[in-house]
Design a protein around this ligand. Structure first.
Ligand code: PMP
Length: 358
């Protein structure tokens, strides 16, 4: 059995759109795509009058080297959000198939499933927010085509051990595609699951330039998977997903200088995460700081609503995660610059003092 047998048969059978850019790549005079032959005002050599390459070769080469995969095992899209959406659309038949997730986790998996009218099977993380592999496997019905694992998990920050990922990939072989979302892995010491792709054709890994690479605004995310899965998703992807200025921003962030700067910021974030974890846990009104391997910490408060409002009144916006199961007293705070983090602590300290006086 091939992993493609899990995909929607009509997607495998359909004739994909063939764009002008795909059909011809050589030439001096370009009159095949109804583009303008003039540069737009302020273009500064970017060439935005032309459609971009569907999968820009310079970016694909750079990312393939960064992630240690072959070009055919890589799909670049508008953030890893787009890859999640493509996976759900390619593998789940509306009204019939399902995805499996472990709440509390990143919200886009179930949003994409609901848009596709795919069912969402939920297997809660354990009370310490680690993965319950046995419960997960017991919940996999024939309808489940995609199993999403988020490591480090958003919004809790825990990682899934490599042995669990391997066991899941092995056990789900021929039954479901296992998708390991590593959006925050650069902030942890964990090894990536990418190197398992060659051994497990039903394993796919999501990576993004939005976090450690400081490029959330450029919307560049990758899916690493078997060449068959990548080719399948390209059939349903928009013809020109990656705007030229975004590709240029990504190449610059991934240059030698860019890599150096990303490494420096990564070290600051990891060090600051430690500082914040230690300082937050000592504050009056803080019940618990969940151990995190990502660039955020989930913090339990006696009165999370008041903490949120106090921070907001000081101009600091954090994420209210109280709607997630087992997190009804928690806020998620991203690790910022040392100055930003110090400000968070000052505001929370001041409000704890006020409450003590009241
Ligand atoms: N996965 C996880 C776990 C995330 O937290 C996010 C963004 N918050 C994404 C994927 C999507 O990231 P992007 O689309 O920016 O690559």
């Amino acid at each position: 059995m091939s992993v493609l047998d899990l995909a929607r048969p009509e997607i495998r059978a359909m004739q994909p759109y063939s764009s002008a850019r795909m059909e011809a790549s050589d030439g001096q005079i370009w009159l095949n795509a109804n583009e303008s032959s003039w540069l737009p005002e302020g273009d500064a050599g970017v060439g935005c009058n032309r459609y971009p390459e569907p999968q820009p070769s310079a970016l694909i080469d750079t990312l393939a080297e960064l992630y240690g995969v072959h070009r055919e095992q890589l799909l670049v899209g508008r953030g890893s959000d787009e890859a999640i959406d493509l996976l759900v659309r390619a593998f789940c038949r509306a009204g019939q198939d399902a995805i499996l997730i472990q709440p509390p986790t990143f919200g886009m998996y179930s949003v994409c499933a609901r848009i596709q009218n795919a069912h969402v099977v939920e297997v809660a993380l354990k009370s310490d927010f680690t993965l319950d592999v046995d419960a997960l496997l017991a919940a996999v019905t024939p309808a489940v085509k995609l199993v999403f694992i988020c490591t480090p998990n958003n919004p809790t920050g825990q990682i899934v051990p490599r042995a669990d990922i391997e066991r899941l990939a092995q056990t789900l072989s021929g039954r479901a595609l296992l998708i390991v979302d590593e959006a925050y892995i650069e902030f942890s010491d964990a090894d990536s699951a990418i190197e398992l792709i060659d051994r497990h054709e039903n394993l796919a890994v999501l990576r993004t330039l939005s976090k450690a690479w400081a490029l959330a605004g450029a919307r560049i995310g990758s899916l690493l998977a078997s060449a068959e899965v990548i080719a399948l998703l390209r059939r349903i992807m928009a013809p020109y997903p990656l705007p030229l200025p975004c590709v240029a921003a990504a190449l610059s962030a991934l240059s030698t200088v860019g890599q150096q700067s990303a490494r420096e910021h990564l070290a600051v974030i990891r060090e600051q995460r430690d500082v914040m974890q230690k300082a937050l846990v000592r504050l009056a009104g803080v019940r618990e700081v969940l151990p995190s391997h990502a660039n955020f910490v989930a913090v339990r408060f006696d009165d999370p609503g008041a903490a949120y409002q106090r921070l907001l009144a000081a101009g600091i916006v954090v994420r209210d995660v109280r709607r997630y199961p087992n997190l009804d007293d928690a806020l998620r705070i991203t690790i910022g610059t040392p100055q930003e983090n110090a400000r968070v602590l000052d505001v929370l300290k001041a409000s704890a003092l006020q409450e003590a006086r009241a």
